[in-house]
Design a protein. Structure first.
Length: 564
């Protein structure tokens, strides 16, 4: 077996085991070298299925290479490289080890050709990524990590059950188009939906990402949800139920992001918003919309990582990312400010930045498909994301009122990582051709037409004007210390309360039924004794375990006598 027949994810997973054994500059060099080796490994792959194994009558495919897996493989490996560079200042090896293994698990899942192999890597992403949440080092980070792990493991359980049901129904566990024609498909759909942060099960994202360390959040932003996007595109392309789900995902986070004070939580809501665009593209299911989904996942990983890196640098230097406690940091961190603005321009879809060349494909697909309401919701969501990520993040962190905080610029490794991401955000926006060449289907799309550019600039200008008017009239919600109530109240409060009450009722019913059964058995035994004059001393005095042993001895004796 050659290296071209081995999953690139195993390169990172296996290589991560050596990270704790290294120290100092040797570890730093190795952290950069490992994803570079992964990129070289990717370049050696050829289309097809490799590493096939027969297991319980089913074919397991450890490495399936096609255009879908390659586009996600490239961006995941690039994200692993950028995140590793960003983590070079961290002395403790746990975060880097967990981060690289987590990236490798996501890449292994992308190249999995069957549902069981997907399940193994799916659960590995959960186990490795929760360590990044716990690396936050606080009690709230530990608790958020436990909730995160519960949701991620639950997603894996649904995936496993769905795979078993699907195998019984179709005789195959191949990871291809699944659809919603049977119960197996619905179980797998639910598993992918949890990991993609569908509405009502989305709160694990906003709960856990802001609690992780500055390094952990950058790793987390790249892989888990985009792996779910890939899985949905692979298994449920053209499923129209995804269109309203995705439209809702783009809209509702805006209202939470506008009033949120924690700027990393604002970015978490913004991440949810951007996922909605990708889910809509999958639901539409045309070649243009699916290309838009893949392209938007690619660009989103870069600009979202850039925004999280800039806020991570602020957290590292200042100790907080609360909007109410920041402002004026452009004086101390000018390079970080510039990089943050580039990320903000990219997520807002400003022409000549990466978000414009990917998001416009999904909007065009919705328009061409006559999804008028969905198109209008996406347009509203585009204006909203400019408000809360394009303007709010850089404004309240680096400008607004001067908080008086003065600090050093971000460490060199952080600046290098942000510089790479910023360069790619601009490069893809100016020259989208190389990205379009990676997409799953042939691209016949021109983002820089007069109508596209003019419409987007009008949207951005009116959105900026609205923000300015709201700030001038003091209608815009001020940054303040507060806890915003999301649907997690249901999972944290209502469900445990309901579950506790249900458990008490079930316990009482069980005790009543048990007492009734014992009374019935006692009455029956007495009746039998009176009728037949039987001695039930053995049944009265021997517990169930001893009775089972007695029966086993009798059976063994019978067999011995039979064969003798």
């Amino acid at each position: 077996m050659t290296i071209a027949e081995i999953s690139p994810g195993l390169t990172l997973i296996g290589g991560s085991l050596l990270i704790p054994l290294l120290r100092g500059r040797l570890r730093s060099a190795y952290l950069v070298l490992l994803p570079l080796l992964g990129l070289a490994h990717l370049s050696l792959l050829s289309m097809g299925e490799f590493g096939t194994v027969q297991f319980l009558g089913q074919k397991l495919v450890l490495l399936r290479v096609d255009r879908w897996s390659m586009v996600f493989g490239w961006i995941f490996m690039i994200a692993a490289l950028i995140s590793s560079i960003y983590a070079l200042h961290v002395r403790a090896p746990l975060q880097a080890t967990a981060g690289v293994a987590y990236a490798g698990s996501a890449i292994g899942a992308v190249f999995a050709g069957d549902l069981m192999t997907l399940f193994v890597f799916w659960e590995l992403t959960a186990v490795t990524s929760v360590l990044l949440v716990w690396a936050g080092g606080t009690v709230s980070a530990y608790r958020a990590g436990m909730r995160y792990l519960f949701m991620q493991i639950g997603s894996g359980v649904l995936l496993f059950c769905g795979a078993v049901v699907q195998m019984n129904a179709t005789g195959s566990i191949a990871f291809e188009h699944i659809g919603l024609d049977g119960p197996g498909g619905w179980l797998i759909f639910a598993a992918f939906g949890i990991k993609c942060a569908f509405p009502f099960v989305h709160t694990w994202l906003q709960d856990s990402y802001p609690e992780a360390s500055e390094v952990g959040t950058v790793f987390l932003s790249a892989f888990t949800t985009k792996l779910a996007v890939y899985a949905l595109a692979r298994g449920f392309a053209g499923t129209e139920l995804l269109i309203p789900i995705g439209a809702l995902m783009t809209a509702f986070p805006i209202f939470f992001a506008v009033i949120e004070n924690d700027l990393r939580k604002v970015l978490a809501y913004s991440l949810n918003n951007q996922l909605g665009f990708m889910v809509v593209g999958i639901g539409i299911g045309t070649e243009l919309s699916l290309n838009g989904t893949a392209a938007h996942a690619f660009t989103h990983i870069l600009y979202k990582a850039l925004l999280f890196m800039s806020m991570g640098a602020v957290l590292y230097r200042v100790g907080t990312v609360k909007g109410s406690e920041l402002g004026g940091l452009y004086k101390s961190m000018p390079l970080t400010t510039v990089f943050c603005i580039i990320g903000a321009a990219s997520i807002s879809g400003v022409p000549l930045f990466s978000g414009f060349v990917s998001k416009s494909m999904i909007l065009s697909a919705a328009g061409y498909g006559s999804y008028v309401v969905t198109w209008a919701v996406l347009l509203f969501a585009s204006a909203g994301v400019f408000h809360h990520s394009g303007i709010k993040i850089p404004y309240f962190a680096f400008f607004a009122h001067d908080s008086g905080k003065r600090c050093k610029e971000a460490p060199l490794n952080m600046l290098v990582a942000m510089g790479i991401a910023a360069f790619l955000c601009i490069g893809i926006g100016v020259m989208p051709g190389p990205l379009y060449a990676l997409l799953p289907y042939a691209v016949d799309y021109q983002p820089y037409t007069a109508s596209h550019v003019l419409a987007q600039m009008q949207l951005l200008m009116f959105s900026a004007l609205a923000f300015s008017v709201l700030m001038w009239t003091r209608i815009y919600p001020p940054e303040m210390r507060a806890i915003n109530l999301d649907f997690d109240w249901f999972w944290r409060r209502l469900l445990p309360t309901f579950g506790g009450t249900a458990a008490k009722v079930a316990g009482a019913a069980h005790r009543a039924a048990d007492a009734t059964a014992k009374s019935t058995v006692r009455s029956a035994r007495i009746a039998i004794e009176r009728t037949h004059g039987l001695d039930s001393r053995l049944a009265k005095t021997w517990p169930t375990g001893r009775m089972g042993l007695a029966v086993l001895i009798l059976l063994l004796g019978y067999l011995l006598l039979y064969y003798v």
